[in-house]
Design a protein. Sequence first.
Length: 154
Amino acid sequence: MKRTLSILVPLLVVVVALVVGSSGSDGPKTSAERAQAIAGTVRCPECQGQSVASSDAPAAVAIREEIDRRVAAGESEEEVQAALVSSYGEGVLLNPPGSGVAGLVWVLPVAGLVVAAGGLALAFRRWRPSTAGPPSEEDRRLVDAARRRRRAGP
């Protein structure tokens, strides 16, 4: 029972953390907030690993203006990102899509954690103190001899 609880409690904590982390707010409401949120997911083509929302490079300014224009026209986040991907390629997205080869970026770390947790559980399950069987006649003779020597004194 104690072993089961020691496995279930951390597992429950992880599941609750994942659920809480994945449940977000309703998202940005205004067009400016939506455009800013989309700009935060798009990589600046001139900057190393920086979003167009935080870059002042000319290309980032042009992409932000395109995002603003598309959001004002009523396009969804997916439509804006699809248009940017068609113009600049998949590398323009800071977060890779969850499908195809890019999906491995999301799946492999989780799979690695699951395999590691399973390996640890298996190792701990097998890692028990060995239980000795009943003493043999030889063991009893040795114990009796040791007791006699001890009674006889030094």
